[in-house]
Design a protein around this ligand. Structure first.
Ligand code: NAI
Ligand code: MG
Length: 487
């Protein structure tokens, strides 16, 4: 009998606990109050709001609420800076981008701690995923800046001018990097608005911009809520790049219709993670867990609909529940934490509402025993079985640590069910057969299809959706195209 079997399958002896491993927050120096970063300077505004730490609701700083007038001014400043920036040789623009990448790498611990503090994600994720990828995007697009004339064969790329960029709260610094790096490499200047719950890493990024000696006005950061975002959409920009909810994405598209401004939208998702009976089961279970519980499920490409082939339904669900019981939920700043805090009270309420709907509609809920901290925003990792395709939890984006399990018998049925959604951002396929992976990938209406892995990102690889998940690609050479005019 193995030791694990003797313990009745428990991975560690009962009573074993982890010692706390808190990351120190000393490295982060916050100001009491932040203005807007425009033209290389900090500008004051009339209104402010408080940004908090989701792990305990403690206030972190006062942040500016930019008015329409403030936004207009920032765009005018970006416009003034754009001709000189566009006229620089690509190799010169590349130098700045390489500098930014290097500084981000050098200051990565500071940024990772702040990201976890302000957003609630586990420090091991901000440290090992967000920061290396953010720096990686700047490195990658720095490499294109002096090669633009070879990037689009037989066509000449020209910068658009000023890009307005609106980003969400689930990967604050990483989304900033996805937006700013290609825009700058192509010769545009930017005005970026971070999400209202997570503005702090974008504001710290202004210090990186200063350190890299970027010409004033090339990168401008305006903070505020949806009103500030709407003002940016209406301002004199040449392009809007938006990542966020499908609802707001649609509103922006309506607003921009007929204006001639370019638009890319990266919106919600309800990804299918499809597990065939010939897969490596334990690896698939790791992939399922990573697919939905990574970043508390605040991931547009999260594998929130699990499709299991009927013949292996029981072992998969059994292994999944055992694995869930080992997830450590708690302080995002603890290095052993797997699942951190929910980003905001609003998001927590949305998750609670959809979970209640799942129970009402008749799905069976499982949550591993875990003690949630008293203060702050928390939700235990959750799995629903007995889910019908028509249930809200199988249709709507929950954007939380909540998985719905459904079944299928044949590959055809898997494809049909997986595509039965208004979204089309990502999908996962778990099988031993290469031919089946290709067969599935061809038929799944999703911008990204992962095979025997999930939530894997690389700056060189394009990312984006179909249908209500939006249009346009970010990452790779594809991610450069929305920032140039081709003649
Ligand atoms: P949201 O779409 O309202 O916010 C995203 C960004 O858009 C923020 O910076 C926000 O200030 C800005 N914004 C809000 N209203 C705007 C407007 N009228 N014009 C221009 N910009 C505007 O998303 P929210 O309310 O934070 O989350 C709601 C749901 O959206 C989530 O529960 C989730 O399902 C989904 N979502 C999806 C994301 C993704 O990565 N695809 C990211 C964030 C949310
Ligand atoms: Mg909203």
């Amino acid at each position: 009998m193995t030791d694990v079997a003797k313990r009745g399958g428990a991975p560690v002896p009962a009573g074993w606990t982890y010692a706390p491993a808190p990351e120190s927050t000393d490295i982060v120096r916050l100001q009491e109050r932040y203005g807007l970063y425009v033209g290389g300077e900090w500008l004051e505004t009339k209104e402010h709001f408080t940004t908090v730490a989701p792990r305990d609701e403690s206030p972190l700083a006062e942040v500016a609420q930019a008015s329409a007038k403030d936004v207009k001014n920032a765009v005018a400043v970006a416009r003034d800076a754009s001709a000189a920036w566009a006229a620089l040789p690509g190799s010169e623009r590349a130098k700045y981008l390489f500098r930014i990448a290097r500084i981000l790498a050098e200051r990565s611990r500071e940024f990772a701690v702040l990201e976890s503090l302000n957003g609630g994600k586990p420090i091991k994720e901000s440290r090992d995923v967000d920061l290396p990828l953010a720096a990686g995007h700047f490195f990658y697009y720095a490499g294109w800046a002096d090669k633009l004339e070879y990037a689009f064969p037989n066509r000449t790329p020209k910068p658009l001018g000023v890009a307005g960029q609106i980003i969400p709260w689930n990967f604050p610094l990483l989304m900033l990097a996805w937006k700013i790096a290609p825009a700058l490499a192509a010769g545009n200047t930017v005005v970026l608005k971070p999400a209202e719950t997570t503005p702090l890493t974008a504001l710290l990024f202004c210090d990186v911009v200063r350190q890299a000696e970027l010409p004033p006005g090339v990168v401008n950061i305006v903070t505020g809520d949806g009103r500030t975002g709407a003002a940016l959409v209406d301002a004199d920009v040449d392009k809007i790049a938006f990542t966020g909810s499908t609802e707001v994405g649609k509103a922006i598209q309506r607003r921009l219709a007929g204006t001639g401004k370019k638009l890319t939208l990266e919106l919600g998702g309800k990804a299918a993670n499809i597990v065939f009976d010939d897969c490596a089961l334990d690896q698939a279970v790791e992939g399922i867990v990573n697919g939905i519980y990574f970043n508390q499920g605040h991931v547009c490409c999260a594998g929130s609909r699990l499709f299991v082939q009927e013949s292996i339904y029981e072992p998969v669900v059994d292994k999944l529940k055992k694995r869930m019981a080992t997830l450590r939920v708690g302080d995002p700043l603890d290095k052993n934490t797997d699942v951190g805090a929910i980003n905001s009270r609003m998001q927590l309420e949305k998750i609670e509402e959809l979970v209640a709907a799942g129970k009402d509609e008749g799905a069976e809920i499982y949550q591993p025993p875990c003690v949630l901290p008293e203060r702050g925003y928390w939700f235990a990792p959750t799995v629903f079985t007995n889910v019908a395709q028509s249930y809200r939890i199988a249709q709507e984006e929950i954007f939380g640590p909540v998985l719905s399990v459904l079944t299928f018998r044949t590959p055809e049925e898997a494809v049909e069910k997986a595509n039965n959604t208004p979204y089309g951002l990502s999908a996962g396929v778990w099988t031993e057969k290469g031919s089946r992976i290709l067969w599935m990938a061809e038929r799944l209406r999703a911008g990204v299809v992962w095979a025997n892995t999930f939530n894997r990102f690389d700056p060189t690889s394009p990312f984006g959706g179909y249908k209500e998940s939006g249009f346009g690609r970010e990452g790779g050479l594809h991610g450069m195209e929305p920032y140039v005019e081709l003649t």
